[in-house]
Ligand binder design. Sequence first.
Ligand code: MSP
Length: 516
Amino acid sequence: MKKYYITTPIYYVNDKPHIGHAYTTIAADIVARWRRLQGDEVFFLTGTDEHGVKICQSAQIKGMTPKQLCDEMSEYFKQAWKLLNISNDGFIRTTDKQHEETVQLIMQKLYDKGLIYKKRYKGLYCVGCEKFIAEKDLDENGCCPDHKKKPVVQSEENYFFKLSIFNEQLIDIIENPANRNHIEVLPETRRNEILGKLRLGLEDISISRVALDWGIPLPFDKTQTVYVWVDALINYISAVGYKGNKERFEKFWPADIHLMAKDILWFHSVIWPALLIGADIPVHKRVYAHGFFTINGDKMSKSIGNVITPDQLVEKFGVDPTRYLAVSLIPFGPDGDISMNELTKKYNVDLANNLGNLVSRTNKMAEKYFDAKVPQISNEDILTKEVAKILNNGYSVSIENMQFHKTAENLQQAITLINQQIEQDAPWKLAKTDTKKLANCIYSYFQATDLIVLHLIPFMPTISEKIWALNGANGNIIEVAKKYFLDKQIPKEGFSSANNKLGIFEILFPRIEIKK
Ligand code: MSP
């Protein structure tokens, strides 16, 4: 059994989750579910990032202690992921004791190796990003381009990590697949941006704060707390037992993929590997940065205040359609503007009209002509083979490469093929002329749909099971899917087979009016 360790960023708890956070989390969930169907032993981690200036300020505004705010807010994230049927195996909070101890262990190790030193530093700090920002990177109003706020001047005596000495090594681990610490940075355009920046040279980074006591104390100087980003990155190893569970750590680490948006790629492809190399820990294998959901061209964020929440989408579309729509409307990589109207259009076309219609018409025909049972077949089922061909050609490659919109297109192509076949066969005419052929046709619609449903599981786990039951498929859907993906043969048992009773029909995707 292969292991597969996948992570989302851990989200700041200064406010409630929005669909930008949900986007990464749904994408990670789709991959995690897909890997499980491939037979991998998956560890899927998400969580909340709870220290730093930003959380401290939010707590102050709300009249709470930072810990009270974190306890309340991390629950909202847990609830949102439950609502969206996210199958995470771990949920880490950076205020967990185990995590705090791991951070101290790593800090001590880096300090003992002479990779940390003290120096006075003055710079501009963006609280939204929780990082120092160079003057040249500000917008025309002197604000952070992501958060549209002016950074604050910070001048302190801090501890610094010798990032600069890793410069050449970092270029090599990204560029050279033969390096034992090779990281694949994706997509390629962003990899090139990172390499370009690395070639300009690196400066050492400040990794502690004096004035902020809402953080993890440095083990070698308790008057300072660990910089929130260093604290946060270490979550990926503390969650799998770097301290305290050697067996689990060795099983899952290095992570197979860290998923995130482009805003934090630098931390994951430069700072994090340098910290790991410094602490003699192997480096994660892959990072993938997607773009931002934008609303009228602006990044959706708590700081800007143009937020859509997961609940709003679920209320309108339902859970599984929200999962499907979130990743299929825009390519995973570049930025993409979204709107309720575009989401609704896609819902109506892909789900209500194409998939929903297919399930509904096949069920109704079997009800009418075959007493709500899957009919008996006498000829070969060619349609299902054609559908298998389409899926084999497009599905796995696109999902492996995180091109979920292409995976969705591939699924739609397969669904369309069955719908077209139905039009061509005109079963309503066959019912009067050739009932043997009618039985064959309807049987093949069921089998071909079943095959599509196995591929829908990662996107729409609950609706897949519903269609499976409606179609009278009688095997455990997950077990049947695993078997199918292992040997790519339609199993003799488990699919809709002759004489199986159909489930009680319900409309899965009611059409939604588009608001003018
Ligand atoms: N706490 C840090 C991450 C530490 S990971 C060791 C952080 N948190 S965050 O709450 O700001 O979340 C950032 C992540 O949320 C992005 O990388 C992305 O995954 C997701 N998104 C936040 N807004 C988004 C959009 N508008 N669009 C797409 N994804 C977005 O940074």
